[in-house]
Design a binder for this molecule. Structure first.
Ligand code: AP5
Length: 209
């Protein structure tokens, strides 16, 4: 089963993916995570991508498409995958189709800008495991009480200016994909303002049997 998680930054795409991958027997492929690893390694691609990412802009299609194709060709993707944050532009979606990648469902996460800004400001990542947590009192998941605080970090693009730009970029470049996949009859909407368990239950209802 191959799924695409579409939606604005901070809508919970990564959180839901982490919750369901093992049960569905698929892998999560986050182009954001792949790019952040490239930045950390200091590879050519990472150096080219860093400025765009810190500013909340999209990394050029040619760089991301190459990275994604390399990843989905790996053995562990044979049973299926969740594309979390790809495609993000019409050319990326067209390229995926041209590459013959079958998509079973495109799950569109809906959330207001106000909640997005709040969620992203409270987000912290475990630098050892890559797990996503929330420091907001009503956020989920909460970091385990015994997790040393020093292991959590805030992404550079979760600072206020970059968050606002990411929302603008989302509307301009990514939102047109909703109509693109609706025309193909693949789109399923999820209300991302609900508790995590309800989002997962919604997702299950939309999955192909
Ligand atoms: P990327 O890493 O993909 O970031 P994003 O799309 O902006 O999405 P996020 O990961 O920020 O949010 P999410 O929806 O996964 O939310 P999360 O689950 O963490 O991309 C980063 C950058 O890389 C881009 O800006 C771009 O530069 C580049 N890039 C990546 N892919 C690209 C591409 N294809 N083309 C070009 N450039 C690309 O949840 C957010 C917070 O909310 C967490 O703290 C979580 O704990 C909390 N939370 C989640 N669900 C709930 C809930 N139900 N209730 C309460 N709290 C919740």
């Amino acid at each position: 089963m191959n799924l695409i998680f579409l939606g604005p930054p901070g809508a919970g795409k990564g959180t839901v993916a982490q919750k369901v991958v093992s049960r569905l027997g698929v892998v999560q492929i986050s182009t954001g995570d792949l790019l952040r690893s490239a930045v950390k390694e200091g590879s050519d691609l990472g150096r080219q991508a860093k400025g765009y990412m810190d500013a909340g802009e999209l990394v050029p299609d040619a760089l991301v498409i190459g990275l994604l194709k390399e990843r989905i060709a790996q053995q562990d993707c044979r049973q299926g995958f969740i594309l979390d944050g790809f495609p993000r532009t019409i050319p990326q979606a067209e390229d995926l189709a041209k590459a013959g990648v079958a998509v079973d469902k495109v799950v569109n996460f809906n959330l207001s800008d106000e909640v997005i800004v709040r969620r992203l400001s409270g987000r912290r990542i475990d630098r050892q495991t890559g797990k996503i947590y929330s420091l907001n009192p009503d956020g989920v998941p909460q970091p385990p009480p015994d997790l040393p605080a020093g292991r959590l970090y805030q992404r550079d693009d979760d600072k206020p200016d970059a968050i606002l730009n990411r929302l603008v970029v989302y509307r301009r470049q990514t939102q047109p994909l909703i109509a693109f996949y609706e025309r193909l009859g693949l789109l399923a909407d999820i209300d991302a303002a609900r508790p995590l368990a309800d989002m997962v239950a919604d997702l299950d209802r939309h999955l192909p049997r």
